[in-house]
Design a protein around this ligand. Structure first.
Ligand SMILES: Nc1ncnc2c1ncn2[C@@H]1O[C@H](COP(=O)(O)OP(=O)(O)O)[C@@H](O)[C@H]1O
Ligand SMILES: [Mg+2]
Length: 274
């Protein structure tokens, strides 16, 4: 189980650029659950994920995984617990290294690593099998530099890499936003199967941020909407299932239309969608 307790983060405090990115967020994510996070631009979605991965020190609050407090653990120490995929297909992989070399590095994430012994190992067969599942013929491109592949191919491999070490937590941050619709569709299909597999194999907890209301309506077992550094909607189970794309779009444009909502007014709007 992943738990955040009263997590606060303000960037550039005490300056003209002060931003309250997380205003006291408390959330519990069950092991094996799949949560989709939506919200207006700048509402704190990426900061929420960064707080979990340890990209910065929190101003206040705690983060724990399976009852172990990791709040003070630096990012590298959490790396073996957490898999991440970002929006940019060029983040997360080393473009000049081959597909096999990237997979070799990913398989040792969070551990001391040198490349050569890894590549001598008999892993290639395993990787070929994994890559063939994507259905893009990537199993025949193990020795190509990953930088030669398309955005969709790279995001697919990055997803495989993120789940390779059976992390306890998988964080996806708008990982299909930069892709053309066909590639996005493909990456989402792969996401669905890898998330389900990681949940059953390692009880992995997935948190996926998306800009797509269609993805938000159809994926996951829980939906969280963020607004101004706070959680404003948190639905799961049957309640989540009955939310339609149109309702989510309505909720979204309402949030966007009036960014000056005080907390109470915003909560009232959200209630319409329950
Ligand atoms: N490293 C940073 N330095 C300063 N401000 C930041 C930083 N990261 C995020 N912010 C600000 O915090 C707010 C929340 O950002 P973010 O979590 O990236 O939003 P979202 O992912 O929901 O679009 C935004 O106003 C953003 O500009
Ligand atoms: Mg973001």
């Amino acid at each position: 189980m992943l738990r955040l307790d009263s997590v606060r983060k303000t960037f550039n405090p005490g300056t003209a650029n002060e931003v309250r990115a997380l205003g006291g967020v408390t959330l519990e994510f069950a092991s094996g659950s799949f949560t989709v996070v939506i919200g207006t631009n700048g509402s704190g979605k990426s900061t929420l994920q960064a707080a979990i991965s340890g990209a910065f020190e929190l101003d206040a609050g705690t983060v724990s995984v399976d009852g172990i407090a990791i709040t003070r653990w630096p990012e590298y120490r959490r790396a073996h617990l957490i898999g991440r995929v970002f929006q940019d297909p060029f983040a997360g992989t080393a473009p000049e290294l081959t597909v096999a070399e990237n997979l070799a590095l990913a398989s040792k994430r969070g551990q001391w690593r040198t490349l050569t012994p890894l590549l001598r190992g008999a892993k290639r067969g395993v990787w070929r099998d994994l890559l063939s599942r994507i259905g893009l013929g990537l199993e025949d491109r193990l020795d190509d530099p990953i930088g030669l592949l398309s955005g969709g191919q790279r995001q697919s491999i990055t997803l495989l890499m993120a789940t390779l070490t059976n992390p306890k937590v998988l964080l996806l941050d708008e990982h299909t936003a930069a892709l053309d619709p066909r590639s996005a569709e493909l990456v989402i299909r792969l996401t669905t199967s890898l998330v389900a597999e990681s949940a059953s194999k390692a009880r992995c907890t997935t948190i996926m941020v998306t800009h797509s209301m269609q993805q938000a309506a159809t994926l996951g077992d829980r939906l969280i909407a963020m607004h101004r550094g706070r959680v404003y909607l948190d639905v799961s189970g049957a309640e989540k299932k009955k939310l339609t794309e149109t309702e989510l779009l309505g909720l979204f444009s309402q949030m966007r239309r009036d960014d000056r909502f005080d907390d109470e007014a915003c909560a009232l709007v959200m209630n319409q969608y329950r």
